[in-house]
Write a protein that binds this ligand. Structure first.
Ligand code: KG4
Ligand code: ZN
Length: 341
């Protein structure tokens, strides 16, 4: 089954074509037009500008994508991100998908952006997802543990009470003058740092739920800098503080994930979201699963699929399409606040 994926929820216009078969998905082609440089000039995403950029990028991207083949491949379904995200940006993708579905007379699938991140680990992966499965979604806006009883059957078992893990990376990076996005900068600095240099809290680690909280950690980093008069412009100090911060974040994420994995007796673990690119997190999760739950299959996304892309949207779309879970092009609507669970 060939699925065309379309993603325009924030600042990347992305289209992709995948092949889905027997519970596995494979990328055939993926194109992303990033607006990062445009938004860097204003220090953040301006919704009107983002939407305008999506409008001018989307059709050329679809034609380039389909122009890769001498004969246009037969598309079995179109999957589009309908939320959450910026309303005007989402609308560009949704309206494009709707028009193509009507023009080509192919079924349409409505995908939640978080669901896309969740399925990003299944792309080009030989292992299939076995249920119950547990997904840890860690991005700039989300930190969630989602239990899956089947494809499309989600239950939220834990979430952040305040900041997301990515936000904790971004805000602490800012305090250390490491720039934006903070995650990759903190991860890089941490490579030459001592994770035990500064004692930082592991928020909510000892509470019996699967929720997270990262705002206290952020404050602790701020007070550590102030009270110890840290010269964060000194690369060694920034490295030590980065390593200590990263370890605190990773410790909490791993511990709660393992506890939830044990409680719900999961068969597969999935990782997704921008923070899934973090090597320390990937290594710590792999090591703990190997030690405590070696029988659990681990699906970790290739790094290129941790940032926003349309392959993951098409992948999630494939599992809906396999169940004939389609939506009428006349009924689909962009929903900026759509919560997956
Ligand atoms: O999923 P994403 O691309 O965007 C959304 O928030 O939807 O995630 C972006 C987040 C940012 O907070 C960024 O700092 C973080 O992912 N991130 C990382 C790494 N790469 C990106 N955090 C830690 N380590 C990384 N290597
Ligand atoms: Zn995203």
């Amino acid at each position: 089954m060939k699925i065309l994926g379309i993603e325009t929820s924030c600042d990347e216009t992305a289209v992709a074509l995948i092949e889905g078969k027997n519970g596995r998905v494979r990328e055939l082609e993926s194109l992303v037009a990033s607006q990062i440089d445009i938004h860097a000039a204003t220090g953040g995403v301006v919704p009107e500008i983002a939407a305008r950029e999506h409008v001018s990028a989307i059709i050329p991207l679809v034609s380039t994508l389909l122009g890769q083949w001498t004969r246009r491949p037969k598309i079995d379904a179109i999957a589009v991100t309908a939320g959450p995200g910026l309303f005007s940006s989402l609308m560009v993708g949704v309206e494009t998908a709707k028009a193509l579905a009507l023009a080509w007379n192919v079924p349409l699938v409505r995908v939640n952006h978080i669901e896309g991140h969740l399925y990003s680990s299944s792309i080009n992966e030989a292992k299939t997802i076995k249920f119950p499965a547990l997904a840890l979604i860690v991005s700039g806006g989300h930190t969630e543990l989602i239990l899956m009883k089947g494809h499309g059957a989600y239950r939220l078992v834990g979430r952040t009470k305040d900041d997301a893990a990515g936000e904790a990376f971004d805000k602490t990076a800012q305090m250390m003058g490491l720039g934006y996005p903070g995650g990759p900068a903190v991860a890089k600095a941490a490579l030459s740092g001592d994770p035990r240099a500064y004692a930082l809290p592991r928020p909510m680690l000892n509470e019996k739920n699967f929720d997270f909280s990262f705002s206290g950690l952020k404050t602790a980093v701020l007070y550590t800098i102030r009270n110890k008069h840290l010269a964060v412009e000194d690369p060694q100090i920034a490295a030590d503080l980065s390593a200590s911060t990263q370890t605190a974040i990773v410790d909490v994420l791993v511990e709660k994930t393992i506890r939830a994995a044990k409680k719900f007796k999961i068969k597969t673990f999935l990782l997704g979201g921008g923070v899934a690119a973090n090597d320390a997190l990937r290594a710590a999760l792999a090591a703990r699963f190997k030690k405590d739950l070696p029988q659990v299959g681990q699906l970790v996304p290739q790094k290129k699929y941790t940032t926003d892309n349309a392959v993951m949207i098409a992948a999630a779309g494939y599992f809906h399409a396999a169940k004939k879970d389609f939506i009428s092009p006349l009924k689909i609507k962009a929903d900026p606040n759509w919560e997956l669970v």
